[in-house]
Design a protein around this ligand. Structure first.
Ligand code: NDP
Length: 264
């Protein structure tokens, strides 16, 4: 088994969105062995039951890490507020030397449609609420709550995608949302010099989202490409990609605001 350097991320207070399954769940598993006892992990997604079970499993394996969860729909203002309130409860209860905000929750939007099919502003706004607005408002609220202080390193991760950099047919909303997020977090890196900001592309991972890509992508060539990736065993294991992200954070040599990909 790889040696990641025991507890080398220090005492961490981490808020992780999209923690109920897929990459977020893998990140929770890979993070716990790398943090010091006394660290706290706050899981956020809509599915309470999945997070409750995950928190129980993590508590058995890593009793030194406090794992909390909050069920919140981040596509709504109420959901974002609920997540922020839960994080605020942790203020003063921890002695973290690292605040880690991981914006991982996301959705593809309706990939059965082409650009010209998106005529309903409500559908587009709904997509952007979860995939852009919530990442901005959640991160900003947490940075206000956990202010700059000596001894605290503040780290913000945007789980990005190649789709932030490159257009893909039938992924109008997804590409637009990921591109917007990358730029948004680059601005954060420019403004807040003490905050370490990373845009991380996790690679094509074998999750529910990939299943949707293979079955619903309107463009036949793109759909076939992902079907072939799956059949050839070329999809990335989400736990391996989670390890890579944590390795990048641990090495701490990236330029704040940069986009780093799993394959880099
Ligand atoms: P999944 O669809 O498997 O998981 C998505 C996660 O986001 C779930 O935990 C889900 O929880 C949560 N989520 C979805 N909608 C909401 C909502 N309205 N409010 C709160 N939480 C929500 O996706 P992946 O794990 O594959 O993807 C994770 C991230 O990685 C995404 O940002 C994705 O764009 C990115 N990515 C994925 C790639 C892939 O190949 N899989 C490739 C490149 C990037 P719940 O349903 O319980 O709310």
């Amino acid at each position: 088994m790889a040696d990641h350097g025991a507890c080398s991320l220090g005492t961490v207070l981490c808020l992780l969105t999209g923690a109920s399954r897929g990459f977020g769940r893998s990140l929770a598993w890979e993070l716990c062995p790398r943090v010091m006892p006394g660290s706290v992990l706050l899981l956020v997604s809509r599915t309470e039951e999945e997070m409750r079970v995950l928190a129980e499993e993590l508590a058995i394996k890593y009793p030194g890490v406090g794992v909390r969860w909050v069920a919140a729909d981040l596509g709504t203002g109420d959901g974002v507020r609920r997540a922020v309130q839960e994080a605020q409860k942790l203020q003063g209860q921890h002695a973290a030397d690292r605040l880690l905000i991981i914006n991982n929750a996301g959705s593809l939007g309706d990939i059965r449609k082409s650009f010209v099919d998106f005529t309903d502003p409500g559908e587009v706004d709904g997509y952007l609420s979860l995939n852009v607005t919530s990442a901005l408002c959640l991160t900003s609220s947490l940075l206000q709550t956990f202010q700059r202080r000596p001894g605290l390193q503040r780290v913000v991760v945007n789980v990005s995608s190649l789709a932030a950099l490159q257009p893909f047919k039938s992924w109008t909303l997804y590409c637009s949302g990921k591109a917007a997020r990358n730029m948004m977090f680059k601005v954060l890196a420019e403004e807040e010099e003490d905050v370490r900001v990373l845009n991380y592309g996790p690679g094509p991972m074998d999750t529910d989202m990939q299943e949707q890509v293979r079955t619903q992508t309107a463009d036949p060539d793109l759909r076939l490409m992902f079907i072939n990736k799956k059949n050839s065993g070329l999809l990335v294991d989400s736990r391996v990609s989670a390890q890579k992200l944590l390795d990048v954070l641990q090495a701490d040599t990236f330029k704040s605001g940069d986009h780093v990909d799993y394959y880099d």
